[in-house]
Design a protein. Structure first.
Length: 224
């Protein structure tokens, strides 16, 4: 499972990238707008900072024509961009037309909140289905086990669509991995938590206290 950062902040992206496990970046209209009015500068900064693909979303969801124009522009902006289209009738219409024009365009369907939407996204040939399980967990205060059944559906019908899950907290991240997601994207505050655990911190502090009680600040002789 690939780990993506949900961010429009190049400094944040570069920090996560320095940890060695980041595969790419996801963005959304909220993140891009929060970065300021120069949307093109923001997108360039994200693309330049990312170690791999960048997901960028079209604006609107009721009319396929403007979404198609935006998707063409985003692909022309960078061949590393995967365009996100909404899980709506118009979004799926736009995806089908774009795939007919250029089958190798990488397209995702986003804001998927049901098994039916996940099936339809794969049926029309989406490269990625973005499942909003994490936000649903937070909004409804209950665990949404969507990844495992979507994985089963895709395997049943031979769909090649990859599953992107939105992670929240280490517990959900682990469940997403067990269920078979291809990508997990997380905001920076959640990604940091993957590396942390109170037991690990307590044990390391205990080891250090014992060591310093005997050796002080010395480390192994060959490192002195």
């Amino acid at each position: 499972m690939d780990l993506f950062l949900d961010s429009s902040n190049p400094k944040e992206i570069l920090e996560a990238r320095s940890w060695g496990l980041l595969a790419g970046v996801t963005t959304n209209p909220g993140l891009i707008s929060a970065a300021g009015p120069d949307m093109e500068k923001t997108l360039r900064g994200v693309v330049d900072a990312s170690p791999g693909p960048v997901f960028a979303q079209v604006i609107g969801w009721h009319d396929p024509a403007p979404m198609i124009r935006q998707a063409r522009w985003l692909h022309a902006f960078s061949d590393r961009i995967i365009v996100k289209l909404p899980a709506s009738i118009a979004g799926l219409q736009a995806l089908q037309q774009l795939k007919q024009e250029q089958p190798d365009l990488r397209l995702a369907v986003t804001a998927i909140a049901s098994l039916a939407q996940a099936y339809l996204a794969a049926k029309v040939g989406a490269d990625v289905a973005a499942i909003f399980n994490g936000p649903l967990d937070q909004a409804e205060d209950t665990a949404h086990d969507m990844i495992a059944p979507v994985r089963k559906i895709y395997d049943n019908y031979g769909f090649k669509t990859k599953i992107l899950a939105c992670g929240r907290y280490p517990r959900l991240f682990g469940e997403i991995a067990v269920a078979g997601a291809d990508i997990c994207t997380m905001r920076m505050e959640f990604m940091r938590l993957l590396y942390e655990h109170s037991f690990t911190e307590a044990r390391m502090n205990g080891f250090l206290k014992s060591w310093r009680g005997t050796f002080g600040d010395k480390t192994w002789p060959e490192l002195l």
